[in-house]
Write a protein that binds this ligand. Sequence first.
Ligand code: ADP
Length: 252
Amino acid sequence: MILLDSVIKKYPGDNEPALDSVSLHIEPNEFVFLVGKSGAGKSTLIKMITKEEIPDSGKIIVGGIDLDYVKKRDIPGYRRRLGVVFQDFKLLPRRTVYENVAFALEIAGMSGKEIRKTVPKVLELVDLLDQAKKFPDQLSGGQQQRVSIARSVARQPKILIADEPTANLDKLTTEEIIGLLKKINDFGTTILVTTHNENIVNTLQKRVVTLKDGKIVNDQKSHGIYELSGAKIPVRRVQTPGHALKQKRRVA
Ligand code: ADP
C-alpha cells in the first residue's frame, strides 16, 4: 500500500510547489500509471516514495512504513524493500547479466546458495536465461531494461516503481516491457509507472492518475485513458485483442 496525504513539496528557489497538496492511495496489487506533462511533478512524487526527497509537509506511508520515521542511515535498507526501475537502466557495465542480478541480492544480504537458486529463476522470468554471461553493452536496450527489472524484482518487493521505463525504447520493445510489468503485477506486486506513452496507457486500461502543475487533476480508477488536461471525459473503450475476441464469440 502507498499512501500520500496532503503532500507539499517546493524546491528551494522555485516559485511554485512541485507537489501541491497531493493525496493518493494505492492499494496492494494495483497497477497505476502516473501521467502528466513534463514538469507536472511525476518524478518528484516518485522521489517522495523512494525518499530521495523529503516533503515540506504531509504524510507518506509505504508498505506500512511511515517515512517520517525512516532515518537517513536506514534509507538504503528501506529502498531495498522497493523495486525501482529507471529509464537509463543503471546496470553495472563490468558485470555480466547474471552478476548484475546476483550483486543486488548480495547487497541485500542473501546467502550464496540462495543467490545461485534465485538468479536463474528471475532471469527465466524476464526471458534472459540464455544471455546470462553477456555484459550490458552486448545487449539491446529492451534486454538491458529486462535485466534492470530482473534485478529489481529478484528480492520479491511488494512494490515496483518505474520512472519512464520505456522512454528510450522503440514501440515493440516498449510493449514487451509493459507486458513484463503486467506479468509481475499478476504475481501480486503493486506497480507504479510514470510514462508519456499514450498508446500503452490506453491499451492496458488500468488506473491512471494525472498530475498537472503539482496537483492530481484526474484519477481514473479503472479503464483509465491518457488525458493530460484532467477533464472528466467519457471513457473511450480501446479495442484490445481480448476485447475483439470476446465480441466475436458473442456473435458466434
Ligand atoms: P516531471 O517528472 O513531471 O517532469 P518534476 O517532478 O521533475 O516533473 O518537476 C516538477 C517541478 O519541480 C518542475 O517545475 C521542476 O522544474 C521542479 N524541480 C524538479 N526538480 C527540481 C530540483 N531539483 N530543484 C528545483 N526544482 C526542481
